[in-house]
Write a protein that binds this ligand. Structure first.
Ligand code: CAA
Length: 378
């Protein structure tokens, strides 16, 4: 057992932190205020390789391992969750079903898109089916060498900015999980439209919309895996991506922690910095402990996955624990800053707004507890 990062991992972590400090933090408040997608930042991220860390070497990528991918995710989310989540949805979540279920040609097509700087989106959730994936209503009706897709997807990260979608649809809703299929879909296929940008509590720079499919013809060759095997491909992909939500949460929490420390050393009350008071010191100590525990769980989920060991439950521990930690840490950071923490000018207000979504997306924390309790009681 070794808790140290390798030299390459440390270099990657430093590079991503520097990018966050120089290219994200100085500019992001304006994007957040305007609720604007930060194209210029995303393009720079692509140029320096931060949008393709998970592309395997045989498909022209750097083939960075899962721990390395998490280090990048954490550091980008230290800068801004919306930026990190744009990267994670395109570069980690959407590629998941491809990595798990695609053939060589499909991988070549999909990874080429990422290598060219195109974005991807993962289209699973529907207006009436979020936690209950098997209840989805988007249909895939076979018609010769094509499937015809009809239905609506909801809360899709990158919907309006992506060029390629990974879409799940059912051949027969009555079959529940046994009717689901995943497809790689060119976003510009006739019949696909996107809804207006959702107005959100946090994650405001991220592009979130509905995606509507009306008689969209998708070649059978674009189906991932065998017919009706899509549910398990999807679950395995979510197992792989949930640690990245944990890494996002660690990044957001770390930032809030550092902002709270800085403020507590500068702010004077009763004749001394408030960091001298036990009330503040204990809050900071709890933050430090919880962030470190969340980080270690994140790494553990990755190491289990990389070793081919069962990790579904650890991915859920990490996602659930880290996002709960991020919510607590950001809320307490606002408390440490007091009235100033509640002002937009002081960064922790955004961190607290952003943190909430991580307890909800990629499986609510209640669903993570369903997965965990199912595992421990099996
Ligand atoms: N790996 C492999 N197989 C799995 C699996 C896994 N992790 N989980 C389940 N399966 C298999 C089961 O073994 C079972 O197969 P068998 O009968 O052959 O054994 C089959 O799949 C069905 O499993 P369940 O009965 O457990 O399925 P369920 O219908 O009860 O649902 C669930 C399980 C865990 C609740 C699942 O629906 C789920 O994960 N829900 C949350 C969905 C989610 O995370 N959505 C996030 C959307 S993406 C997003 O948020 C990002 C964004 O862009 C905003």
């Amino acid at each position: 057992m070794d808790f140290n990062l390798t030299e390459e991992q440390e270099a990657l972590q430093k590079m991503a932190r520097k990018f966050s400090e120089q290219e994200i933090i100085p500019y992001i408040q304006e994007y957040d205020d305007k609720e604007e997608f930060p194209w210029s930042i995303i393009k720079k991220m692509h140029e320096v390789g931060l949008m393709t860390t998970a592309v395997p070497e045989e498909y022209g990528g750097p083939g960075i391992d899962m721990v390395g991918q998490m280090l990048v995710t954490e550091e980008l989310c230290y800068g801004c969750l919306g930026v990190g989540a744009t990267m994670a949805a395109s570069a980690l979540l959407a590629p998941g079903p491809v990595e798990v279920g695609a053939n060589h040609e499909q991988k070549k097509y999909f990874y080429n898109m990422l290598n060219e700087g195109k974005l991807a989106a993962f289209c699973l959730t529907e207006p009436g089916a979020g936690s209950d994936v098997a209840a989805m209503s988007t249909t895939a009706r076979r018609d010769g060498d094509y499937y015809i897709l009809n239905g609506t997807k909801q809360f899709i990260t990158n919907a309006g900015v992506a060029d390629v979608y990974v879409v799940f649809a059912t051949t027969d809703k009555k079959l529940r999980f046994k009717g689901i299929n995943g497809f790689i879909v060119d976003r510009h296929t006739p019949g696909i439209t996107v809804g207006p940008e959702e107005k959100k509590m946090g994650l405001r720079v991220s592009d979130t919309r509905q995606v509507i499919f009306e008689d969209v013809r998708v070649p059978v060759a674009n189906r991932l895996g065998a017919e009706n095997e899509g549910f398990k491909i999807c679950m395995k992909a979510l197992d792989l991506s949930r640690p990245s939500v944990a890494a996002e949460a660690v990044g957001v929490a770390q930032r809030a922690f550092e902002e709270a420390i800085k403020y507590s050393k500068e702010r004077v009350a009763f004749g001394q910095p408030i960091s001298n008071f036990q009330a503040i010191r204990f809050i900071l100590a709890d933050m430090a402990m919880e962030i470190e525990a969340a980080r270690l769980l994140t790494y553990k989920a990755c190491v289990q996955a990389m070793k081919g060991l069962p990790f579904t439950h650890i991915a859920s521990y990490a996602k659930c624990f880290a996002s709960d930690v991020a919510m607590r840490v950001t809320t307490n950071a606002v408390q440490v800053l007091g009235g100033y923490g509640y002002l937009r000018e002081y960064k922790v207000e955004k961190l607290m707004r952003d943190a909430k979504v991580m307890q909800i997306y990629e499986g609510t924390n209640q669903i993570q507890r369903v997965v965990i309790s199912g595992h421990i009681l099996k």
